[in-house]
Design a protein around this ligand. Structure first.
Ligand code: CA
Length: 224
């Protein structure tokens, strides 16, 4: 397996590279975001270990631009902060996994192994429900021929509803998938975002596809 490590702290970069080599991987190291983006675009990697805090272009930007360039190598984001917002941003930027410093090398090695086991470099498939179409790779959404502009969280919520079309999705499930357990006390955030979604996805098209299931949650109407 060929792995790219993007990390500016040389001690950390050397440690990661050495450890991954001992695991039998071929390892390239980029010392900043610009180099990381260039190497990730020019070469085929089976996994990319990407530090968030980088001089110049940060890890979120690197990941976003890799995806925009059509590079789908699995990305593990590494951050020093255990911030929910970072995790959400990382996933929205197209990262596949997330690791908080300090972590054990064994944990990183296990994550790399589990990521590269997936079909390599596959672009996530477009999700379709009726005339709604969502492309997780490019973060674009359409109703018929009309493109709809959504925020990252609105998009994540719609994707969850679409992947479970016809099923009731509980507020708890919404909070777990779109936000994090840390938002536990704020369950009305789910209702709020459902309202935003309806305003963009349903109402302008005279539709009522996002149903409220009283006492249970929400359901996206699936076409018969
Ligand atoms: Ca760093």
């Amino acid at each position: 397996m060929r792995v790219l490590v993007v990390e500016d702290e040389s001690r950390m970069a050397d440690l990661l590279a050495q450890g991954l080599r001992e695991e039998g991987h071929a390892v390239d190291v980029a010392r900043d975001g610009t180099d990381g983006l260039w190497m990730g675009t020019e070469n085929e990697y089976d996994a990319i270990v990407l530090d968030v805090m980088l001089p110049g272009m940060d890890g979120f930007d690197v990941c976003r631009q890799l995806r925009a360039a059509g590079r789908w190598a699995p990305v593990i984001m590494v951050t020093a902060r255990d911030a929910v917002e970072d995790r959400v941003r990382g996933l929205a930027a197209g990262a596949d996994d997330y690791l908080v410093k300090p972590f054990s090398f064994a944990e990183l090695a296990a994550r790399v192994r589990s990521l590269v086991r997936r079909p390599s470099g596959s672009r996530p498939a477009v999700v379709e429900v009726g005339d709604l179409r969502l492309d997780p790779a490019t973060h674009r959404v359409w109703r018929g021929d009309d493109e709809i502009s959504l925020s990252p969280k609105e998009l994540a919520l719609l994707e969850l509803l679409m992947r479970r079309a016809g099923e009731v999705v509980t507020r708890t499930a919404i909070l777990e998938h779109v936000w994090d357990f840390a938002y536990d006390g704020l369950s009305n955030v789910a209702d709020q975002y459902i309202a935003y979604l309806r305003k963009k996805v349903d109402r302008p098209f005279g539709r009522d596809d996002i149903e409220t299931v009283r006492g249970a949650g929400y359901r996206l109407r699936a076409p018969a």
